[in-house]
Design a protein around this ligand. Structure first.
Ligand SMILES: Cc1ncc(COP(=O)(O)O)c(C=O)c1O
Length: 412
């Protein structure tokens, strides 16, 4: 008979454990909590960030430029650290642009994408000298006017809404009707406008989707994006110097998910780099990643403030939850709620185990960090760690909701 085993989380072994305690940034988590001075907090590891960039550099061809999509984690210290490791930063607002420039990012290697860019944001982008990934015809005259007023080039690329989507993606940002990018059918008209008005055309941006763990789907999207850009380049007013093939590299959050295999993606990009050398000799190929850089390098730490049994079911109630970590609660885009990997950070090797739910302090059943999970027996005062928390954590959570204290973020 075929054995059916329950799906489990991928091993969370990037953070060391010693004497039964999780270590973050080389410190036992209880000491780190004392140093931070409060729970809850997020901690991000410099050494894991560095290792992740090195792993990508080793797996992908050296010609590929790695851009950090800072929406995944805009903590200024993280952005500054990443700016020193990657080739460029992708921003999604003037607020993010400020953080990137403060962090020392080279404006020549900063790009700005996003629907609904306000006029003032487009003017700031021209003044900063960054590349604007244009997503609407409305942006064009604003950019042209800013360029004229400032006496500076408006550096532009076209963000294309392709006629395909990234298969197997957690979130799709291309294909069909979308608020992102310019429908491929409209791109020639936009290119003609750019040529007529003298905008400084530099290339194309295609972002099909995110949180994909299937290398073959990512390779397929990269190939289709490349071929589409090549077709569009025939109408371009200047040689393509920048071709952003998107990203979408996922990380394992839920039971049964495996880490992405980078080897086929490396081989695919090597083939595309070779083709680009002949087809688009001035073009740099760019990959734009958020969570893949930072997601696995962060943990959320929250303290147990109560232990309650309700009709036989044990609840560990923590001092933070959905208000700081919306995505771990299952309310940031998940269709079916599943548990993130969770541990009792100061009882990593606890032998006595029990099935519990870990819930935050908010008055809503949505505030759930772990639903019926088997964990070492824990008491009030113990620390809960939520792994895979370096991306879409603090900045993607409703921190003011119900008036609890905001969380702290540290880079260690
Ligand atoms: C244009 C763009 N770039 C990058 C990202 C980052 O995605 P991820 O963090 O999954 O790599 C997103 C995600 O929404 C995006 O829309």
């Amino acid at each position: 008979m075929k054995e059916t085993s329950k799906p489990v989380h991928a091993a969370m072994d990037a953070f060391a454990t010693a004497a039964g305690e999780l270590h973050v940034g080389g410190q036992p988590v209880t000491r780190l909590a004392a140093r931070v001075g409060q729970t809850p907090f997020y901690a991000y590891s410099r050494s894991l960030l560095r290792a992740r960039v090195a792993q990508l550099r080793a797996a992908l061809p050296p010609q590929i430029k790695l851009h950090y999509a800072m929406k995944a984690n805009p903590m200024p210290a993280v952005v500054q650290f990443m700016a020193g490791l990657v080739d460029g930063i992708d921003v999604a607002s003037a607020g993010e642009l400020k953080v990137a420039l403060d962090a020392g990012a080279n404006p020549a290697e900063v790009s700005f994408a996003g629907p609904g860019k306000r006029d003032i944001e487009l003017q700031q982008a021209v003044a900063a000298g960054v590349l604007v990934n244009v997503e609407s015809m409305r942006e064009l005259p604003v950019l042209a006017a800013a360029s004229q007023a400032l006496g500076l080039p408006a550096r532009v690329a076209v963000r294309v809404n392709p006629d395909f989507e990234l298969k197997g993606s957690g979130m799709k940002m291309g294909g069909g009707p979308k608020q992102f990018g310019v429908d491929v059918e409209v791109v020639p008209e936009m290119l003609a406008w750019m040529a007529r008005e003298g905008l400084a055309f530099e290339g194309f941006h295609l972002f099909a989707g995110s949180q994909n763990l299937r290398a073959e789907s990512i390779c397929e999207a990269q190939l289709k994006s490349y071929e589409l850009a090549l077709r569009l380049a025939a109408d371009a007013p200047a040689p393509v110097r920048f071709l952003n093939l998107g990203g979408g590299f996922g990380i394992p959050y839920f039971p049964g998910e495996q880490r992405l295999d980078l080897a086929p993606i490396g081989a695919n990009l090597a083939a595309l780099t070779e083709r680009a050398a002949a087809d688009l000799p001035q073009a740099h190929l760019v990959i734009e990643l958020g969570r893949y850089f930072v997601g696995e390098a962060g943990v959320y730490i929250t303290r147990i403030v109560d232990r309650k049994v309700s009709r036989g079911h044990t609840y560990l109630i923590t001092d933070g939850g959905l208000n700081h970590h919306l995505s771990a609660s299952g309310n940031f885009g998940q269709v079916i709620r599943k548990n993130y990997p969770v541990a009792i950070a100061n009882r990593m090797e606890g032998a006595e185990r029990e099935t519990v739910s870990v819930v935050g302090p908010l008055c809503t059943p949505l505030d759930l960090l772990a639903d019926r999970m088997e964990l070492p027996r824990a008491e009030v005062g113990d620390l809960v760690a939520v792994f895979q928390s370096g991306a879409y954590g603090a900045s993607a959570s409703p921190q003011a909701f119900l008036g609890h204290p905001v969380c702290v973020e540290v880079l260690v």
